[in-house]
Design a protein around this ligand. Structure first.
Ligand code: AMP
Length: 503
């Protein structure tokens, strides 16, 4: 029970209001130690309730004392803007009974508002590493009073090349502080970081990464190798799934996201697209539309979708077998969250044999093959342009490395909100090119170029060939669903109600 963990009455009442009856395993294990001001090393993925496992004790501990101007009391580092924004939401939800100032320091938005928050005295700073360092370099932020540091999704930070930045921040922080450190996996670079910057941490581990959620039914589906074959297979799967309420479709390459998005849309599906190079505003709108069930399908990259907390996703479709077996677990972990059931389909071509074998070796078992009786099951009538859409992927344009300048873009006042010509419907020949280089998902691109992102990145952005980092310019820049009245075309019957169970 939550009231056995030592949390304050204010926090307990917020938890009750959130409807949680029982702590998740990571919460039960981590919260008492965090409240004793011990360092905690949490080995847990998203979906395990790990956010509350650090936010709840932080709220309790912050009840004593006040923040001074420019000197935050706690600092939370997140690899991406979306994750940072999600943590702010958690503070709002669990901190309803507290009067705390929370500052969100992320790239892609102006410094002004962030400076105002810091100047007023922030109890909690939630930041992506690049933007945090910018504030520090400008002398706007002082870390001498930080009592608690949270490093969230550390392995994701590694993928994105942020480890040198984290080291820099750790060195600036007071040595006498509490560190709560979370990672789904423990590669050696992360283990080194833990050794150097955590003080005798309590190690709390919930379900190792290689164990895919038990609530997810996983099936692999054989398909021909051409993009058209794969799109046919995908449509057949979607249409065949009567229980599908909504789904995320993962592609390995951004180039394919645009093509697949347009194809599905022209085939009459309610669909949006999400990848790291879209501007922040469009990403947020798309995500919100998906969460609110205004769109049914989301075509996404690993980078854009990993770690996002979308509680009710009934299906995951891997349009491509992921290059990295660990990404498979992260992808299918978007469904079957918090005890719900979910389905995952992975489309596999004869060329994917090795990748499937790698997944089997990680799962320590063979995958199940889905034997459907192929083509045409009942389906929504394809839109007239569908066939043509399938056969006319647009060539992608190259994007210079130098264009990855999120921080420059971020320095201008909210550029992404001003540069959004919502004029190009999905079926239009080509979207208007943006005047401004769009911010990346994490808003930290410049850091990577300074540091070791490229050399150290093991997957995610680092794995995509440079020429594939462009395509959003050829994808509809504002998804067409945002231009339509808000009546979604559902491809499936109404969602079945599910019960939530954690623990
Ligand atoms: P996280 O792993 O932090 O991304 O959390 C995953 C989801 O679990 C979020 O939607 C939380 O709102 C939800 N959650 C967190 N703690 C609990 C709990 N004790 N009981 C039920 N749901 C929870």
């Amino acid at each position: 029970m939550f009231n056995e963990l030592g949390l304050s009455p204010k926090v307990l009442s917020a938890v009750e209001a959130a409807g949680y009856t029982k702590p998740t395993p990571i919460q039960a294990a981590a919260i008492p130690h965090a409240l004793e001001k011990r360092d905690v090393l949490g080995l847990a993925q998203t979906g395990t309730g790990k956010t509350a496992s650090f936010v709840l004790p932080m709220l309790s501990l912050l009840e004593k004392g006040r923040a001074r101007a420019r000197m935050p009391r706690t600092l939370i580092l997140e690899p991406t803007r979306e994750l940072a924004a999600q943590v702010v939401e958690s503070f709002e939800k669990y901190g309803v009974n507290h009067k705390l100032t929370v500052a969100l320091l992320i790239g892609g938005v102006s410094f002004e508002e962030q400076n105002r928050k810091i100047d007023r005295g922030a109890d909690v700073v939630i930041a992506t590493p690049g933007r945090l360092l910018d504030h520090l370099e400008r002398g706007k932020l002082l870390l001498q009073q930080v009592e608690i540091l949270v490093v969230d999704e550390a392995d994701r930070m590694l993928d994105m090349g942020f480890i040198p930045d984290i080291e820099r921040v750790c060195k600036i922080l007071p040595a006498k502080r509490q560190t709560l450190f979370f990672s789904a996996t423990m590669p050696k670079e992360i283990a080194n970081l833990v050794d150097r910057f955590l003080n005798d941490p309590i190690r709390v581990e919930v379900s190792p990464t290689s164990s895919a959620a038990e609530t997810v039914t996983q099936r692999f589906v054989r398909s021909g190798s051409t993009p058209k074959d794969k799109r046919d297979t995908l449509r057949r799967l979607i249409r065949g799934e009567k229980e599908l309420a909504n789904g995320i479709i993962f592609c390995n390459r951004k180039r394919d996201i645009g093509t697949l998005f347009r194809s599905l849309e022209r085939h009459g599906f309610s669909v949006g697209a999400l990848h790291g190079d879209m501007d922040q505003r469009t990403r947020m709108l798309t995500l919100e539309a998906f969460k609110q069930e205004k769109i049914t399908l989301l075509v996404a990259s690993d980078v854009a979708a990993r770690g996002l907390d979308i509680p009710k996703v009934s299906h995951v479709f891997n349009y491509d077998v992921p290059h990295n077996a660990e990404d498979y677990v992260h992808r299918i972990g978007r469904t079957g969250r918090a005890g719900r059931s979910g389905s995952a389909f992975t489309i596999s071509t004869p060329e994917d044999k090795k990748l499937v074998a790698a997944i089997e070796s990680m799962l320590k078992r063979s995958v199940d093959w889905f034997e459907d009786d192929a083509p045409a099951k009942a389906a929504p009538t394809p839109a007239p342009a569908a066939a043509a859409a399938d056969e006319t992927p647009r060539p992608s344009r190259g994007r210079r490395r130098g264009e990855r300048r999120a921080e420059q873009a971020a320095a201008a006042p909210a550029p992404e909100t001003t540069a959004a010509p919502a004029s190009a419907p999905a079926s239009a020949p080509a979207p208007a090119p943006r005047a401004e280089a769009p911010a990346r998902s994490d808003g930290e691109a410049t850091r990577s170029e300074r540091g070791s992102r490229r050399s150290k990145g093991r997957r995610g952005e680092g794995r995509e060939p440079e020429e594939n980092r462009v395509v959003f310019r050829d994808t509809p820049y504002v998804p067409a669903f945002l231009l339509r009245p808000l009546t979604p075309r559902k491809v499936t019957p109404a969602r079945k109600s599910t019960t939530e169970q954690v623990g």
